[in-house]
Design a binder for this molecule. Sequence first.
Ligand code: 1CP
Length: 317
Amino acid sequence: MRQAGRSLPEYRELRVGNAMLDACLTPELASEITLQPVRRHGVDAAILFSDIVIPLKLAGVSVEIVPGRGPVIEHPIRTPSDVAALRPLDPDALQPIIDAVGLTVSQLGNTPLIGFAGAPFTLASYLVEGGPSKDQLRARTLMFSDPQTWATLLNWCADVTGAFLRAQIVAGASAAQLFDSWVGSLSEMNYVRRVAPHSKRALDALRGLDVPKVHFGVGSGEVLYAMRAIGADVMGVDWRIPLDEANRRLGGTVPLQGNIDPALLAAPWKVLEAHVRDVVERGRDAPSHVVNLGHGVPPETDPDVLTRIVQLVHELD
Ligand code: 1CP
C-alpha cells in the first residue's frame, strides 16, 4: 500500500523534526518506517520507505517534499541548456539507500521487500512543471515542441531512476515496481512513441537480476497494454477499471495488482467490505492477483481499517 505509513501515529512521531527526504536518506529511520506497516497490519510484503524523487536529489537536483503539496523543484528544467546541465548520478551517492535496504531485509525475515522507482515520464513531469500539476501541460508541450530535448531529459531520468531501482535489488529487495503515476495524461500513441522506450530503458537497468517487475500507472486504462509491452511481469491497475476488464485488455496473460479504491477507505465498513470482496472476486479472472490499493493511502485514513482489510483478504485467500 503506497504511502501506507502516512496514516500511522508511530510514523508521524518518527517524522517530527525530520524533513521527508532527510528521513529517506537516514538508513535507520527509513528502515524503521518501512517496518511499521508490516508490524501493524500483517501485510505480505513491505515497500521501502523512500520517494521517487530521491535519485533526482542524489544527482544534484534541488528538490524538497513540501508538506501538503508534494515534491517541489527549486529550478524547473525547461530549456535545452537546463537539460544539458543535468549531471549523472554518482553510484556512491546511493549508499544510504543500499544501507536502508540491507537493514530492512535483515529484519523482515521471510517477508519480501519491494523496491521501487518513478518512471521517466512522471519524474520529467515534476522536473518540468516544478512540482505537482493537474495535467502535466508544460511537460507535454516540451514533448512536442522540442522532441530532442525531451528525449535527452527522459534518458537522463531513465538512467538515474534505473540506477536507484537496481541498487535496491542488488541490496536485497525481492521485487521491483515502476510507478508511472501521471501516465494517464498521455494518449496511447504518444506514450508508445515518446515515453515507453525510456521506461523500457529504466527497467533494462535490472538486466541480469531475477526479480519480478511490477508496472503501475494512474489512469492507465488506455495505455495498459503498451505499458505491459515494455516487459512488465505484473501490471498494477488503478481503481478506474475493474480487474476483470483489465485482464481482458491484457489478453489474460499477466498477473494483476490492485485495485481497492482509496476513496472507500473512509466509507462505512459494510460498503468497503463489499468493495474488497468484489475486487478479490474480479481478480480471480487474472492468472494471479496481488491485492493492493488502486493508489495511495490518504493520510487521514483510520489505520484499523487497513488492518481489517488485510485480515479480510487473508480470509478470502
Ligand atoms: O508507504 C511508503 O512509505 C512507501 C514509500 C513511498 C512510495 C512508494 C513514498 C513515501 N512515496 C512513494 C512513491 C511516490 N512518491 C509516487 C509514486 C506513487 C504514487 O503515485 O503515489 C509519487 C508520485 C510520489 C511523489 C510524492 N511524494 C507525492 C505525490 C504528490 C503529487 O504530485 O501529487 C507526495 C505527497 C510525496 C511525499 C511522500 N512520499 C512518501 C510519503 C510517505 C510521503 C508523504 C510524506 C508525509 O506527508 O509524511
